[in-house]
Write a protein that binds this ligand. Structure first.
Ligand code: OFO
Length: 163
């Protein structure tokens, strides 16, 4: 049985994952509107991953006999001044999610909640991958600057990400 404090923390994380979904969906629609179909596809795939993260937490709460309480999802921004700005914001967001996961892990370890700590391991690894995926994209966009040819090439490359 999950304890009440962990149940509350995980419910907050479910909300954070749903916000991640919403944020990347907003970035996807923004890029679609700006005719960057590849960036839009990459962000949509990212949004779908975030929905699956929320579902993992939801399933875990239920598996431990807890209750899920869904809260309002914050409205994300709808526009970014450049692809670089959007991907930098995505990278910063992932770093903030890594911090949240680490805090959840710290609490689980302190409470000797082995089941939750074991469950969170998947997310610790996932956050390494999330940051590792965004870091080189941000670096490439920073190098590209205003060069349209290189920007459209990267858009094409990122569009190969499967949804
Ligand atoms: Fe992007 O990893 Fe979940 O939020």
């Amino acid at each position: 049985m999950i304890n009440k404090a962990t149940e509350k923390s995980i419910n907050e994380q479910i909300n954070a994952e749903l916000f991640s979904f919403y944020l990347y969906l907003a970035m996807s629609t923004h890029f679609q509107h700006a005719n960057f179909g590849g960036f839009a596809r990459w962000m949509r795939a990212q949004a779908q991953e975030e929905m699956s993260h929320a579902m993992k937490f939801i399933d875990y709460v239920h598996d431990r006999g807890g209750a899920v309480a869904l809260a309002a999802i914050e409205q994300p921004k709808g526009e970014w001044p450049s692809a670089q700005a959007a991907f930098e914001a995505a990278y910063a967001h992932e770093k903030s999610i890594t911090k949240r996961i680490n805090t959840l892990m710290d609490k689980a370890v302190a409470a000797k909640d082995h089941a939750t700590a074991n469950f969170l391991q998947w997310f610790v690894k996932e956050q390494v991958e999330e940051e590792a995926a965004l870091d080189p994209i941000v670096a490439r966009l920073q190098a590209i600057g205003d060069h349209p040819g290189a920007l459209y090439y990267l858009d094409h490359e990122l569009g190969k990400r499967g949804a």
